[in-house]
Design a protein around this ligand. Structure first.
Ligand SMILES: Cc1cc2nc3c(=O)[nH]c(=O)nc-3n(C[C@H](O)[C@H](O)[C@H](O)COP(=O)(O)O)c2cc1C
Length: 400
């Protein structure tokens, strides 16, 4: 998403400037073209030379230098960019932007800017909470400026509170989300994804579970979000970090997953159920840890869980519904039956006994089956690639 994007980074005089050095470097690594402009006060913290070396271009910091790269530099920079990112944004620059002041290069470029502006405020908590700063931020938001809210935590000035510049990966994810929502081929679509395995408690410390890691579902959620979809990820317990820009709902049991899915279902356009849900749950959940008995066997009676996919299929109105079939035998026959019985539009079938497929692996070997009976076999590929291929098919088939 950031590849070939022309980003003007406006650096102002805040202590969080050190993070922005890394940010500029990472933006370039992701293929963005970056030009840095600095306020005079920012140059007291680090020299333009550092940003020049990191960005690969001369840094603009004054309108009066006769810099050779741009004629009438403030106008040229304002016209060159796809996006303006002010980071760190001092209380001072926010006030100047809110008032429409143009008394240095950075504020003048921002006043001339016609493309989107994102500000990343970073300052002492008192400065941030001051009614003047809050009112300036409100004014800027009303005018269409995007504000990446600062985080709370220990600040350089010694106090702990709101005002920290988010870490670089958070800013990058925010930018990716920003461009995805404007340009991604899934923008405007609401996508619900289920992931990981559910757990059914036996007693307070034990459960019946499965080996699903959540990798496939998380890859689909991440990929859909990077393409601009508004994604809700409903996840069983997983060691994975939820993808950025995704609303993640954590659940444990199949019933909880069904409840969460049913709540979001009427609102969503695309549903991909990649979770490995428990088909049965222990009938009686002990309130205390079950002690070792004298008998050699312990019997746990299991009751059937509701079938999430079947329930969603029966209630389908406009949604494009995709299921997963992880099988150890009769893959195609079982997958075909699921498509019919559960009113699916598509199913991703994988034989989890194959090398490089199924639970916990980073790769998958899948077949796509559709409601019209068509079958597509895909080569072994990473779960990220499977996610991309799957979403391509969803987009193509939804249109028909
Ligand atoms: C060591 C130091 C750290 C500062 N950190 C911040 C900060 O994090 N955020 C902020 O809004 N101002 C901070 N300031 C104050 C600004 O540098 C000051 O308001 C300045 O006028 C901002 O100018 P500029 O917006 O043109 O860069 C700091 C000042 C000093 C000396």
């Amino acid at each position: 998403m950031l590849k070939d994007k022309k980003i003007v980074v406006g650096v102002t005089g805040g202590i969080a400037i050190y993070k922005v050095v890394d940010l500029v470097s990472k933006l370039r690594k992701q293929g963005a073209e970056v030009r840095v402009m600095m306020t005079e006060h920012a140059t007291k913290f680090v020299t333009p030379l550092l940003f020049q070396e990191i960005s690969g271009h001369k840094v603009a910091s004054t309108m009066w230098s006769g810099n050779d790269e741009f004629n009438v530099e403030h106008i040229a920079l304002a016209e060159w960019a796809d996006l303006f990112l002010v980071a760190p944004a001092t209380a001072n620059i926010l006030a100047k932007m809110a008032c429409g002041l143009a008394d240095d290069l950075v504020s003048t470029v921002l006043l001339a800017a016609k493309k989107p502006v994102i500000v990343c405020p970073a300052m002492n908590t008192g400065m941030l909470e001051n009614i003047a700063t809050q009112s300036n931020l409100q004014t800027l938001k009303k005018r269409g400026v995007t504000v990446l809210d600062p985080e709370a935590g220990p600040l350089a000035c010694g106090v702990t509170g709101a005002g920290r510049l988010p870490e670089v990966p958070t800013i990058l994810a925010f930018l990716e989300g920003f461009f995805a929502q404007r340009e991604g081929d899934m923008r405007g679509l609401k996508v619900m994804v289920s992931a990981a395995g559910t757990r059914e408690p036996i007693d307070p410390v034990r459960f019946v579970g499965n080996r699903s890691s959540g990798k496939m579902g998380y890859a689909i959620a991440r990929s859909a979000s990077l393409r601009g979809a508004q994604v809700t990820l409903i996840s069983g317990p997983s060691a994975l970090t939820p993808p950025p820009n995704v609303t993640t709902i954590q659940v444990e049991t199949t019933q909880q997953m069904l409840d969460a899915c049913a709540k979001s279902y009427p609102e969503v356009d695309v549903v991909v159920m990649a979770a490995a849900v428990a088909d049965y749950r222990p009938r009686d959940v002990a309130t205390q840890k079950i002690k070792k008995q004298n008998e050699d066997a312990l019997t746990v009676v299991m009751d059937k869980n509701p079938d999430i996919l079947k329930t969603l299929g029966a209630e389908k109105t406009h949604q494009f519904l995709v299921g997963f079939a992880a099988e150890t035998q009769n893959l195609l026959a079982n997958a075909r039956e699921k498509v019919q019985k559960k009113h699916l539009d598509m199913i991703v079938a994988n034989d989890v006994t194959m090398a490089g497929a199924g639970f916990n692996a980073d790769t998958n070997v899948v077949k796509f089956l559709y409601a019209d009976g068509q079958v597509e076999e895909l080569a072994k590929m990473s779960k990220d690639e499977v996610a991309r291929e799957l979403l391509d098919r969803v987009l193509a088939r939804r249109k028909h």
